[in-house]
Ligand binder design. Sequence first.
Ligand code: MN
Length: 370
Amino acid sequence: MKITEVQAILADIPTRRPHAMSFGTLTLQNFVIVRMRTNAGLTGLGEAAITGGPTWHEESAETVKAVIDRYLTPVVLGQDPFRVEHLLRAMDGAAKGNHFAKAALEFACFDLVGQALRVPVSTLLGGTVRDRIAYSWSLATGDADQEIAEAKALADRGSTLFKVKVGARPAAEDIGRLERIAAALPPPIKLRADANQGWDEPTTLRMLPRLAEIGLDLLEQPVARWNLAAMARITAASRLPIMADESVSTIQECLEAARRHIAHVWSLKMTKVGGLVRAKQAAAIAEAAGIPCYVGNMIETGIGTAAYAHFCASTPVVTQGCELFGPLLLADDLTREGIRYEDGHVLVPDGAGLGVTLDESKVERYARRG
Ligand code: MN
């Protein structure tokens, strides 16, 4: 099989409600959807979504499209999508970094291989250890009353994991909001908080005893991605588990995070780290270091969510649940099948490849023009 055409399509889909994080408020999510055609008549799909674009990380939907069109497509055209490791090497040779762009193409290769062999991508990744994953819903309106109502409606349908986005307002306000939410949502509900690098070390150290009293399940990425020394000191000082997200964005950072014990738990994201193969390598480092993992999201449509779900299904160290709520927060999806949810869990697609196909009328509707 040979790759004969790669299309990178920019698309924008509104969210059902504004989604407020420490680095900005999201109302319209941007994507690059990859359509990879072959001489075998098969079409593979990929996706890169970056919540907040360059306000969160170095890449954005626009850079992803530019890098795919100009630098990555030329090195994958004419190549066999079965040779994933070879293609990752070739893409690394053509462009440094740019993990989201590479991941979108790698997802499409895995989709093609799965379709060709008539097996789900989870089978290619080692086979399933679970067929459903508990997902966490993010409370991110900043309005505690609204967040409590939103969480209760989901809890009634079986959800037990919630993450409160903090760091957009003064920490004392976040504590008050967390106290109210925790009082309204007692165990067995697990409440987590994600500061998305929004705090500094002194603020975090001051907040830790209060957060532990509230009964928070864990605190995610309190300080800047680069501040590993502070992450390590916070982790050493904390009674509640600390999770790293932005600080574990490359496999090299994962190794350093394990060595310096910067967190008790890692949030893995398949696009952040450069694809499914790289995410497996990150998971191997975590497993060797005794670090349980969670799988975050970037608010993907059904395409990216399917790729993430196949990873969760096939990776034992992912014991802390996932965050694959993208299709629930977005006002619409781009796939015909959609992603199925049941009792607070996301179900892993069981069709060949990623197990989802594009709804062309939706692509037509949401593709960016001009
Ligand atoms: Mn995070």
